[in-house]
Design a protein around this ligand. Structure first.
Ligand code: HEM
Length: 129
């Protein structure tokens, strides 16, 4: 598949991932039963798998990889953190306080990953770097 198509898939799935995460967080905070719909347990995983697959495929095309290129190492580490915080926010967090904090932290991490993607640098806001 062409790079441009993969990048388009990657960016669309990034947007869908954020929207679904945001909405599930609102449902979690308001104790909504909508959070427990069947599709809500399936669609985010399918979308995030596509997001990751398109990202990994693009790394093969541009021949830059996590572990050798700092910005991709940072993106992958950020993705792992985003997934873990998402787990705490939407599944394993006991207190609502903890879930809410994890939900907010996950969105900050998500913003960091986008900034890394746009700047191709692990420290996107560092003027001295
Ligand atoms: C939540 C996780 C992720 C988010 C939010 C994200 C976000 C983005 C965004 C917004 C772009 C477009 C940047 C631009 O317009 O130039 C992008 C490009 C890209 N991403 Fe991701 N990404 C994520 C995960 C990953 C992962 C895990 C990988 C690979 C291991 C990856 C590899 C790439 C590559 C190779 C590009 C193309 C860069 C280029 O144009 O040269 N991404 N990503």
């Amino acid at each position: 598949m062409e790079f441009a198509s993969l990048k388009a898939i990657h960016i669309v799935t990034v947007a869908v991932s954020y929207i679904l995460f945001f909405v599930r967080g609102i449902w979690m905070l308001s104790d909504s039963l909508l959070l427990h719909q069947r599709w809500v347990r399936i669609v985010p995983h399918v979308n995030d798998t596509l997001l990751l697959a398109a990202g990994v495929w693009m790394t093969a095309i541009i021949q830059q990889y996590p572990g050798t290129h700092g910005w991709l190492t940072a993106k992958l580490a950020g993705l792992v953190l985003y997934i873990l915080l998402g787990l705490v926010a939407l599944r394993i967090g006991r207190a609502k306080r903890v879930r809410a904090a994890a939900w907010i932290a996950a969105q900050i991490v998500f913003g960091y990953i986008v900034a890394v993607a746009l700047s191709h640098h692990p420290l996107p806001y560092c003027r001295a770097c």
